[in-house]
Design a protein around this ligand. Structure first.
Ligand code: 5AD
Ligand code: SF4
Length: 474
C-alpha cells in the first residue's frame, strides 16, 4: 500500500526504521532507509540480514555510517524525486568523508539501472530487488575502486532461506513475504518492470518463519505479495521440476497453514486482487478467528471502460460482486482500497462512476492517488496522459473528501462496542496510553492500566476521529 502521505511518513520514519545500534566495536556501520510499500520494508530486513553476516552493524545515526543504502520506490514520479533529493544531501556528506559508500536498492535501482551511478554520479552501488545476495561482493568491488551494479531479475529468487533482521520492530507485528514480482501488467504500473516475474515462496519456509516469530513474542504477521491471491506452490517444485500429480498449495491453503501455527497469532495479508480473490479465501477467513477481518482490495476506478484501459482484468460489476461475496461470507469485514484519479482519457462521467462506486461500497479506508505516467508502461506507450493536472487534483480532492466522510462513519459505527485489541505499543502522545488495532485494522488508543505490548485486551470504544478510536479496558 502506498500514499504520498504515507510515503513521506515512512521516509521520515527512515530514522526510526533503522535498526537499534548495538555495541559496535570497530564493525562497519550500515544506515538503511526504506521508501514505498511494505514489500520494500520487508526486503530491507533481508538486506540487513545479509550484511550483518558480512560484519556490518546497523545504525540509526547517519553521521557514523560507512555505508548508506536507500531502498527505493518508483511507483509514482514524486516517490523518485524524494529519493533524488535525499541522495543529493548524502553526497554533500560524502565530500567530507570520501570513503563513505552510497547504494541504491529496490525499484529505482532496477528502473534506472546504472544511470545514477555513471551519468549523475550520485551513488557507488546499484542493486535491484533480486540481487541482494550479491551485496557483499559488490561492496568489495567498490572498496577496490570499481563500479558495482547488479540489476539482474530472477525467476526463482525468494530469499526463502534468509532469516530477516527485524528493523522497525515493535516486536509484536512483522511482515512475511510470500510472493515476489507481478505478472499482471496493469497498464499504469511500473512494478512488473522493476520487480520482475511473479514467483511463490516455499510454504514450509513461510510457516517456519511465522512460528519463529511467534516464539520470539510476535503476535501478528502480515503475508505480503503484489497479488497474494495468485500464490501457488507445487509441492514438488523445490528444484525446478513441476509435477502435476503433486498437491499444490494455493493462497487459501497457505493462510490456513499459517493460521494453525497458534490461535494467538493474528494473520493479515496484502494485497488482494479482485480478479483472483476466490471464495475459498473468504471461507478460510471466516473459519479462523485469528485471521483478521480486513481486506485491502484495490479497485483503481469505478468505470469498466477505464478498468479495461488499465488492464485490470475485471469490470465494475465483477468487482461489486466480489464485495458482495465478502459481505455475505464475512459480514463484519472491513474493506479498504486504492484509487487512481485522472487516468488517461478519464471523462467526467467515468470519474462520477468512481464516486458512485465509493458510495456503494463505503470503504473503511482508502489510498488515493493522481495518475503519474511511468516510463515503459503499457499506458505510457498506448495512451495520452491528457487529464490536466488541475482536474486530476480537483478529482482527487473530491474523492478524498468523500472518503473522509466514509472513514468517520465507519469509525463512528465502531463506537459503543467492545473490540478485541492486540496491543502494539505506546500512544505517540502519552506513555500512559497504549495503542493497538482491532481485527478490522482500526487503531484504538486507551489508558494502559496494567497492560503491555503483546497483550490482547477487550476495549469499549467511547469516542473517535476519522483516524483513531478512543476507549477503555473492560
Ligand atoms: N500512478 C498513480 N498511482 C499508481 N499506483 C500504481 N501505479 C500508479 C501510477 N502510475 C497506485 C495503485 C496501486 C498502488 C500501489 O499505487 O493504486 O494499487
Ligand atoms: Fe502493479 Fe497491477 Fe501488479 Fe499491483 S497487480 S503491482 S498495480 S501490475
Amino acid at each position: 500500500m502506498y500514499t504520498e502521505e504515507k510515503l513521506m511518513d515512512e521516509a521520515r520514519q527512515g530514522e526510526v526504521v533503522m535498526a537499534k545500534s548495538k555495541s559496535t566495536g570497530n564493525r562497519r556501520k550500515l544506515y538503511l532507509e526504506s521508501y514505498g510499500c511494505q514489500m520494500n520494508f520487508s526486503d530491507s530486513e533481508i538486506v540487513a540480514s545479509i550484511l550483518t553476516k558480512e560484519g556490518f552493524v546497523t545504525t540509526r545515526n547517519v553521521e557514523e555510517a560507512d555505508l548508506i543504502l536507500l531502498n527505493t520506490c518508483s511507483i509514482r514520479d514524486k516517490a523518485e524525486q524524494t529519493v533524488r533529493k535525499r541522495l543529493v544531501g548524502f553526497n554533500i556528506r560524502k565530500k567530507h568523508k570520501p570513503q563513505l559508500m552510497i547504494g541504491l536498492l529496490g525499484c529505482m535501482a532496477e528502473r534506472l539501472k546504472a544511470k545514477l551511478l555513471e551519468e549523475e554520479k550520485l551513488v557507488d552501488i546499484v542493486v535491484g530487488p533480486d540481487a541482494y545476495r550479491d551485496l557483499p561482493k559488490l561492496i568489495h568491488h567498490v572498496e577496490g575502486g570499481q563500479k558495482a551494479v547488479n540489476v539482474l531479475l530472477s525467476r526463482e529468487e525468494t530469499y526463502a532461506d534468509i532469516n530477516p533482521v527485524r528493523l522497525s520492530g515493535n516486536g509484536i507485528t512483522g511482515f512475511i513475504s510470500i510472493t515476489r514480482g507481478c505478472d499482471n501488467m496493469c497498464s499504469f504500473c511500473v512494478v512488473p518492470f522493476t520487480r520482475g516475474r511473479e514467483r511463490s515462496r516455499d510454504p514450509e519456509t513461510i510457516v517456519h518463519e511465522a512460528r519463529f516469530l511467534f516464539d520470539q513474542g510476535y503476535r501478528e504477521v502480515t503475508l505480503l505479495g503484489q497479488n497474494v491471491d495468485s500464490y501457488r506452490w507445487n509441492m514438488s517444485n523445490k528444484g525446478e521440476i513441476k509435477d502435476p500429480d503433486k498437491p499444490t498449495v494455493n493462497f487459501a491453503q497457505l493462510m490456513e497453514m499459517v493460521a494453525q501455527v497458534n490461535p494467538d497469532l493474528r494473520i493479515r495479508f496484502s494485497t488482494s486482487h479482485p480478479k483472483d480473490m476466490t471464495d475459498d479465501v473468504l471461507y478460510v477467513m471466516a473459519q479462523y478467528d485469528n485471521i483478521c477481518n480486513y481486506i485491502h482490495l484495490p479497485v483503481q476506478s469505478g468505470h469498466s471502460d477505464v478498468l479495461k484501459k488499465m488492464n485490470r482484468g475485471y469490470t465494475r460489476e465483477w468487482y461489486l460482486n466480489r464485495i458482495k461475496a465478502i459481505r455475505r461470507i464475512i459480514p463484519s469485514c472491513a474493506i479498504s482500497t486504492d484509487i487512481i484519479t485522472g487516468f488517461c482519457g478519464e471523462s467526467d462521467e467515468e470519474h462520477a462512476a468512481t464516486i458512485s462506486l465509493m458510495k456503494e461500497v463505503k470503504y473503511n479506508h482508502a489510498y488515493m492517488f493522481k495518475y503519474s505516467e511511468r516510463p515503459k508502461t503499457l499506458a505510457e506507450r498506448k495512451y495520452k496522459d491528457d487529464v490536466p493536472e488541475a482536474l486530476k487534483s480537483a478529482r482527487l480532492q473530491e474523492i478524498i473528501a468523500l472518503q473522509g466522510e466514509h472513514s468517520l462513519a465507519s469509525n463512528q459505527n465502531m463506537a459503543g462496542k467492545v473490540h478485541r485489541v492486540l496491543v502494539e505499543g505506546y500512544s505517540k502522545r502519552s506513555e500512559e496510553k497504549l495503542r493497538g488495532r482491532n481485527t478490522e485494522n482500526a487503531m484504538i488508543v486507551f489508558p494502559k492500566e496494567n497492560h503491555k505490548p503483546g497483550d490482547y485486551v477487550n476495549i469499549m470504544v467511547t469516542d473517535c476521529t476519522a483516524a483513531t478510536l478512543i476507549g477503555h479496558v473492560v
